[in-house]
Structures are given as structure tokens and as C-alpha cells.
Design a protein around this ligand. Structure first.
Ligand code: ADP
Length: 878
């Protein structure tokens, strides 16, 4: 029987009983109270009638009695009345009953009156003397009907209620069982399809809550089920893997053993039994040490083995194992901890490999490697030594031929000396390249990090090639950002090498047009800057199929023996390797007969910017005469940055016409085209530094500088002519320059600087001060010269390749003391103006230190000091 039916029947049954009790008790109460009232009423009526008829009965007044009786039945409720005498004879009677009446029964209660008449009899007495009797019948049909109707009404009500209750129970039961049915369906579906099924939730009552709880449970079960399935799958996979691994280990030709933490063997694979020719069972619980090693406990292997177990570390070693009298095996043993889930080494895996075959090769290989290494080392050493050894006499040759060039020579001799000089220079460059290349090949080059100015570096490198370029009438252009930070960190020596290689090639392979350096900032933060440096030329270009090859060592686009251009083919390959050290690479874009661009990007740390020239010429109006289009765009960029207005003019006459200008910049194509015509402070730009001396300028309004056009130099020159920067002006004006000491006369002065331009500047200054100045280009030449004939004063650049100024000073001082010579006066020259640099120079044994650009006044003062010191020294030595 369903729950719903049970609910309905149960409720209906309870209702039935309760209602039956209710209806029965109600009925009985209604019946009893009405019946009593009828009985009381009947008694009262019959008593009243007895009293009323007493006299008439005594007097047997039949007429009166009849009249009374008839009167009485006229009342609706009285069915009959009979008046009897004491003889029980009817004296009078009247009745409303139609038809035959039933026999009266005075013992019946009104409800028992079947005929609907309640019979009452009352004696008529006078002082207890019975004189007659009154019999009255009361019509109780209304009462019976009331009882009957009440009964019917009660039962109908009860039936209605039972029906309603049953209906409610049905609906309620249906609702309840429907949710339960859904729950049941859900449960069955979970059973069938697994968890995750949900049932609809309606409303918020307890049943809905149960349904919701069911859904939650189903979802939670679903997740657990998924996890379980995943775990189960994983477990299956792992089990399969394990099986495969176990098989692999078992089938492996390498011996595998698993030991406990103390080295007791727990398991072995087949290969172990084959290797040691022992039955599997003999390994059980044996110690690895006893199986592998000899009794000697002091061996390295023994120590490694103990360490592996003690420190839970992986160890590897090779042992010589005596299998039998005739057979020795070389076994490679590796022990590693097997970590438990708690990361503890509970077991160890020991792998034993028979490497007897390899061992022999290994021994041979090792010997061969050692031989090769020592050969390579010998080669490198030989190369380094030879290069050094060759370089020393080479420097001698170069230095001496330099000096020889300055002596009285016939034209023929002059030509021979020039050939010796240039050939030695070429040979030296080649030796340097080879040495560099072999160092780079051997990864022996590391980059240093020192503060430097990229602008100075590029300008210096450009100056190096400017002379060659000038010979070919090439335009040399530098396009650097006006706000390029002045101090970066980098390896100046290597950067200079890169620039020199690329610029050297650009000039070498270009016959017409220009060579140009373009620096473009890519990204810049406060502390770092990434720049792209591109070297562009309008030279012969490189055939497309050769572009990718030319950076290989000794590769040249033209490898034919009849090629026009000299070179070793090492420059670009050195450059490529140097750029690699800078995490950069060389990007080559070239078109045959049109030109090439070699570009690379490098990042530098920015350590300072001491020269902010923005708005340095704020509001000034400058006329620029005869600027070529390439310089025009650079000049525009810079003058805009400096806050000046510029007019580009074609002739100096135009300048005069258009005045007033605050200043003018006039570019001359030749020194002999110089024309002093101007009417404002002017800076003349000549093609070559050497020509400046040839230009006769008496006019104070002119200041001459040389190409390649260096924008900060131009700014300085403009400030000088305009009187903007008085300090600078004063320093170079004749008023401040001290007189040249007479003691300088006859002193031997040597200048060493690797940069042509710097030597040129010093040459210009020194030719009037001292006539016995020799110029050399590196430390080795200076040293050779000094060893040959010691000089009195040395002006040395501090940063030079190989032997720098500090090293040169040290070597000279060493030579002096070992040969008992008077110490020469050494003046360091450097672009670095920090106190530390001065200290470093003095610490290295120098006597003085000048910062570049060299100021004429400072130079004369330093030389005067040197002469004075020299005289004092000679005097004191007697
Ligand atoms: P080298 O210049 O000593 O021959 P490099 O390694 O510097 O050696 O250059 C290799 C070759 O690349 C050169 O021989 C030349 O063919 C080509 N090359 C280099 N730079 C340029 C350039 N700017 N224009 C044309 N060809 C160039």
C-alpha cells in the first residue's frame, strides 16, 4: 500500500472516529435536552389540566369537560386529551389525530414514541383522594424530525469533512510523494549514471530543503567521484608505468640494485647476477660495499660510498673489479637516494655499468685531449708570445721610422722610410688582429666597465679615419642625438675597436660620397640606455650572396688574388664576436655599387649627464652658410635643441645682407676658399685640422674648427666668439697663457697617444713650445724609444690599447731604477676629469695630469713645471 493511500486512510479513519463521537454526543445532547423539555412541558400541562378539570369531574359536568377538551386540542402541540373519572370511564375527550391512534404507552419517553405521540397521564386528586384521571398525548413529531434532521445534518457535515480531509490528504500526500518520487528518481539515476544528477527544487519548505540537500550531496559526490576516478586512472597509469619500469630495469643491460638506508641489498635485476656471476639469492641482505669494493677501507670509492649513504647524496665513481684471476672489469657505479614522500632517503638505487670497453678509449682520449690541450695552450702561448715579441721590434721599427721621417732625407730615402713605416703599421695591425681573434676564439676576452663618453669615442674614431676620408674627398658626418648622456659605462677599448673596424671598412670601401655614423636611442630610462649605432657609406657595397659570409674569419667579398682592397678578412669577424660579448649582433644592409650600412644595438648603464646643452643658445639668431643637405638636418636638430633660430644661406654675402645675426657658421669646402667676410661673430668650419694653421685669420670675430663637424665643439666655438662662455674664452685667450719657460729649451719631449687627432692637437701646441718633440702612437713605441734614448718629459695618454699610460709609467720607472737613470717627468693625459683619475695617475708614478681637451695654458704651465723640476733635479744631483 502506498504512503499516500496510507496517509489518506489513516487520516480518514481518525476523522471518522472523531466525527462519529462528535456527532453522537451532539445528537444525544440535543435529544436529551429537548426530551426533558417535552417531558417537563407535558407534566406541567397535564397537571394544569387536572387542576382545571377537577371541579367539572367532581360534578361530572360533561359539557364543560368536553368544551375544555376541545379547547385544549386546539393548541397545536396537543394530539389528544381524555378526561376520565375514578372509574376509568372517559368523561370527555378530544383528538387531532386522524385515523386510528395507537395504544398509548405511558412508559415511553418522547423519543421512544414510535407513533409520534408522547403519552402522559395525571391523576386528578383532592387531598390525596383520586377523583379522576387526565390523559394527554403530546405531538412530538417535530421533536423526532429535529432529532432526525440533526442526525442527518451531522452525518452530512462529517461526511463532507471526511471528504475534505481526504482530499487535502490526497493533495498533500501527492505533493509530498511527488518530491519523494523525484528524490527517488534522482537516487536511481545516481545509481545508474553516477553522481551529479540533480532534481528540481520548488519552494523553500522542508521538502525543498531536503531536495536541495540531495542536490548538494549529489554534486559533492560528483566531485569526489571525479577525484576518485582521476586517482583511479592515475593509479592505473602508475601501475602500468611501474610495471614497464620494472620490466625495463629487469631487462636492462645495466645492473640495478635497491638497498636500504645502510646499504643492505634488497633487490637486484638480472644484469647484476650476470655481471657478478652470482645467484640472485646470494645478494639478498648483502652489503653493497662487500659486493663492489675490496677490503681496503681507505679508498676514495669507499669514502664516496659511505658519503652517499651518510649524506643521502648522489655519488659516482669508477672501480676496477677483479672478476676472476684473468678478468678485470671497469665498473661505473652510481648511487642515488630514492626519496620517500616525506623527502627522506629510505632506499638507495645503485646502478652498475660495465664500462671496461669504454675505459680503454677513455684513457686514450684523455691522453689525446691532454696532448691537444697542451698543444692548444702552447699554440696560444706561442701566438701570444710571438705577437708580443714581434710587436716589440715592430714598435721599434715604427717608432724609429717615424723619427727617421723627421730627419733630413733624400726623396728616395723618404719614400723607403714611408714604405717601411706603412708596411710595419700594416703588419702590426695584422698581428693585433690575429692576437685578438685567437683571444676571442678561446673565449679569453672579457668586457670591462668604465665610465666613458660615447660622443667622444665616436668623434675620436671618426677623427682616425677623417684623414683617409679627406684624401678621397668623402664627406664625414656624425648624427648623434643632442641629448646623448655624457657618461655611460662600457668597455671603451672594445667599443673603439668595433667602431674603428666598421669605420675603417667604410672609408676603405668607399670612393665617392659620404660615410656617416648615426646614433639612435631605442629605449631610455634614468639608468639605462639602448642605442642603435649605424655606420653608413656610399661605397662599393657587398653582393647579396656574400653578405652572410663576410663576417666569417678571413672571408672577403672579393677573394680573388687581383682584388683592389687590402685586408685580412678578420675585422668583421672580430667585430661580430665583440658584439656577441655585448649581447648584440651586426646587422648588414648593403646594395652593390650603392653602399652599405652596418648597424648594431647596445645597452649601457648611464652614470651621469654633465653636459646638458638644451637651450644653450636660447633666442639666438644664427646664419649658417654653405651647409650641405646632410649637415643641414643635423644642424637644424641641434640648433633647435639649443633654442636658437637658424637661417640656411648659400653665400657669405647673403649673410651680410640678412644681418643682424647673433652669430654665423660658415662651412668651407677648401681651406683656400676661406673668406673672412662677415659682420657678426663667426665660426668657420674647414675640411681639415691641418689646414687651420694655414688660414690667416687676424680677425677676432673668427674662430676656426675642422671637420668632421662635432656639434659640441661647434657650440663651444660659437660661445667663444659670441662671448657667451667667458671662462672658456679667457682660458684660451692670450692674456692667460703663461710665458714659455726658457728652461724648456733643449729638453727632449715625447708624446704618446693612439689617436691621430689628439697627437695633431698637441703637435700644433708644441711646435712653438718645444722643437724636440717626438710623437708616437702607442706605449710600446714609447718604451722602445725610451730604452733607446731616454727622454726628459713624457706626455702620455692614459687609456691606450695594450700598454696604457699607467703601465707605461710603471715600466719606465722600472727601467729608470734598474739603469740608474734620472726619472723623467711624466704627464698623464686623459678625458676623465675626476679626482680619482688624477689620484690614479699620480699613484702610478706620473708627475702631473692634464684633462682633455688640452688647454694651451694648462699645457704650458705643466711643461714649465716639468722643466723647473728637471733643472732642480739636475742641480741637486750636482
Ligand atoms: P677586411 O676589411 O680586412 O677584408 P673585414 O672582415 O673587415 O676584412 O671585411 C670582410 C669583407 O667584407 C671585406 O673584404 C669586404 O669585402 C666586405 N666589407 C666590409 N665592410 C664593407 C663596406 N663598408 N663596404 C663594402 N664591403 C665591405
Amino acid at each position: 500500500m502506498s504512503f499516500r493511500l496510507k496517509t489518506i486512510l489513516g487520516i480518514a479513519f481518525i476523522e471518522l472516529i472523531l466525527l462519529a463521537i462528535l456527532v453522537a454526543s451532539g445528537l444525544s445532547w440535543i435529544k436529551d435536552s429537548n426530551e426533558q423539555q417535552i417531558i417537563d412541558n407535558g407534566e406541567y400541562l397535564s397537571n394544569t389540566f387536572a387542576i382545571a378539570t377537577r371541579d367539572a369531574i367532581i360534578s361530572t359536568d360533561l359539557a364543560n369537560l368536553r368544551a375544555f377538551a376541545e379547547e385544549a386540542v386546539r393548541e397545536g402541540d396537543i394530539a389528544y386529551i381524555r378526561i376520565k373519572n375514578d372509574q376509568n370511564q372517559t368523561l370527555a375527550q378530544a383528538s387531532n389525530i386522524k385515523g386510528k391512534s395507537a395504544q398509548p404507552d405511558y412508559n415511553q419517553t418522547p423519543s421512544q414514541a414510535v407513533d409520534g405521540i408522547y403519552d402522559i397521564q395525571t391523576s386528578v386528586t383532592i387531598d390525596d383522594w383520586r377523583i379522576g384521571q387526565i390523559e394527554v398525548g403530546l405531538d412530538v413529531t417535530a421533536f423526532s424530525q429535529l432529532v432526525e434532521q440533526t442526525k442527518k445534518y451531522g452525518i452530512s457535515l462529517a461526511a463532507l469533512e471526511i471528504f475534505l480531509v481526504a482530499l487535502f490528504s490526497f493533495v498533500f500526500g501527492t505533493l509530498l510523494t511527488r518530491q519523494l518520487a523525484a528524490l527517488q528518481k534522482g537516487a536511481v539515476s545516481i545509481q545508474k549514471n553516477g553522481p551529479g544528477e540533480t532534481i528540481p527544487v520548488k519552494g523553500k519548505d522542508e521538502v525543498a530543503q531536503v531536495a536541495q540537500a540531495f542536490n548538494d550531496m549529489s554534486v559533492a559526490l560528483f566531485h569526489s567521484y571525479q577525484e576518485l576516478s582521476y586517482e583511479k586512472n592515475r593509479y592505473k597509469q602508475l601501475a602500468a608505468q611501474n610495471k614497464m619500469l620494472a620490466e625495463l630495469v629487469e631487462q636492462s643491460h645495466e645492473g640495478y640494485m635497491v638497498t636500504d638506508g645502510e646499504g643492505r641489498i634488497l633487490r637486484t635485476n638480472h644484469a647484476i647476477t650476470v655481471l657478478f656471476e652470482r645467484h640472485e639469492t646470494t645478494f639478498k641482505n648483502a652489503f653493497v660495499r662487500d659486493v663492489l669494493l675490496r677490503d681496503d677501507h681507505d679508498t676514495e670509492e669507499n669514502k664516496l660510498l659511505s658519503d652517499a649513504f651518510r649524506l643521502s647524496e648522489t655519488k659516482q665513481f669508477k672501480i676496477e673489479y677483479l672478476k676472476d684471476e684473468n678478468t678485470t672489469l671497469w665498473l661505473e657505479v652510481s648511487i642515488s637516494p630514492i626519496l620517500s614522500t616525506k623527502n627522506e632517503a629510505e632506499n638507495f638505487a645503485v646502478i652498475v655499468r660495465d664500462v671496461s670497453g669504454n675505459h680503454e678509449y677513455e684513457v686514450q682520449l684523455k691522453t689525446a685531449l691532454a696532448k691537444a690541450e697542451s698543444a692548444t695552450k702552447a699554440k696560444s702561448e706561442f701566438l701570444a708570445n710571438m705577437s708580443h715579441e714581434i710587436r716589440t721590434p715592430m714598435n721599434g721599427i715604427i717608432g724609429m721610422s717615424d723619427i727617421l721621417k723627421e730627419t733630413e732625407l733624400s726623396d728616395e730615402q723618404q719614400e723607403y722610410v714611408d714604405i717601411i713605416n706603412s708596411s710595419s703599421l700594416n703588419l702590426l695591425a695584422l698581428i693585433n688582429d690575429i692576437l685578438d681573434f685567437s683571444k676571442l676564439e678561446a673565449n679569453k676576452v672579457t668586457l670591462s666597465n668604465e665610465p666613458f663618453s660615447l660622443r667622444d669615442l665616436i668623434e675620436e674614431s671618426m677623427n682616425l679615419v677623417a684623414f683617409e676620408a679627406l684624401k678621397k674627398d668623402l664627406l664625414v658626418v656624425m648624427d648623434l642625438p643632442p641629448d646623448l648622456p655624457t657618461q655611460l659605462l662600457g668597455d671603451t677599448f672594445r667599443l673603439r675597436q668595433i667602431l674603428n673596424n666598421l669605420l675603417g671598412n667604410a672609408v676603405k670601401f668607399t670612393e665617392h660620397g659620404y660615410i656617416k655614423v648615426i646614433v639612435t636611442p631605442e629605449t631610455q630610462t634614468e639608468n639605462d640606455i639602448t642605442l642603435t649605432i649605424a655606420i653608413e657609406d656610399t661605397g662599393i657595397g657587398i653582393p647579396e650572396d656574400k653578405v652572410s659570409e663576410i663576417t666569417n674569419a678571413f672571408e672577403q667579398a672579393d677573394n680573388s688574388s687581383s682584388r683592389r682592397y687590402e685586408g685580412t678578412g678578420l675585422g668583421l669577424s672580430i667585430t661580430k664576436r665583440l658584439l656577441k660579448l655585448h649581447n648584440s649582433e651586426l646587422v648588414i644592409a648593403s646594395k652593390e655599387r650603392q653602399g652599405s650600412t652596418f648597424a648594431f644595438s647596445v645597452s649601457f648603464e648611464v652614470t651621469g649627464n654633465t653636459e646638458d646643452t638644451s637651450n644653450a643658445l636660447q633666442g639666438k639668431h644664427i646664419g649658417i652658410v654653405n651647409a650641405d643637405p646632410m649637415h643641414r638636418s643635423i644642424l637644424t636638430k641641434y640648433f633647435e635643441f639649443w633654442g636658437a633660430n637658424v637661417d640656411f644661406l648659400t653665400t657669405q654675402e647673403q649673410l651680410i645682407e640678412r644681418t643682424p645675426y647673433d652669430a654665423a657658421v660658415v662651412l668651407f669646402s677648401q681651406y683656400n676658399t676661406f673668406n673672412a667676410l662677415t659682420n657678426c661673430p663667426s665660426v668657420g668650419v674647414l675640411p681639415d685640422l691641418r689646414q687651420i694653421q694655414k688660414v690667416p685669420v687676424d680677425d677676432d670675430s673668427w674662430h676656426l674648427i675642422a671637420k668632421p663637424l662635432r656639434m659640441l665643439q661647434l657650440l663651444g666655438a660659437l660661445r667663444i666668439v659670441m662671448g657667451v662662455d667667458l671662462k672658456e674664452h679667457d682660458a684660451t685667450s692670450s692674456g692667460v697663457i703663461p710665458p714659455i719657460s726658457a728652461e724648456l729649451d733643449g729638453l727632449k719631449v715625447v708624446v704618446v697617444d693612439d689617436v691621430d687627432y689628439n697627437r695633431e692637437v698637441l703637435y700644433q701646441y708644441l711646435k712653438e713650445i718645444n722643437h724636440e718633440t717626438t710623437f708616437v702612437t702607442n706605449g710600446e713605441q714609447a718604451l722602445a724609444l725610451y730604452r733607446h734614448s731616454p727622454f726628459d718629459i713624457l706626455l702620455t695618454d692614459v687609456s691606450m690599447p695594450d700598454i696604457d699610460g699607467y703601465e707605461l709609467t710603471r715600466l719606465i720607472r722600472e727601467f729608470e731604477s734598474s739603469h740608474g737613470l734620472f726619472p723623467s717627468y711624466i704627464i698623464g693625459l686623459s678625458a676623465h676629469a675626476n679626482q680619482e683619475d688624477t689620484d690614479k695617475a699620480l699613484g702610478a708614478g706620473m708627475n702631473d695630469y692634464l684633462t682633455k681637451p688640452i688647454n694651451r695654458a694648462h699645457l704650458i704651465k705643466a711643461l714649465n713645471d716639468a722643466a723647473f723640476a728637471r733643472t732642480n733635479l739636475l742641480a741637486s744631483s750636482g
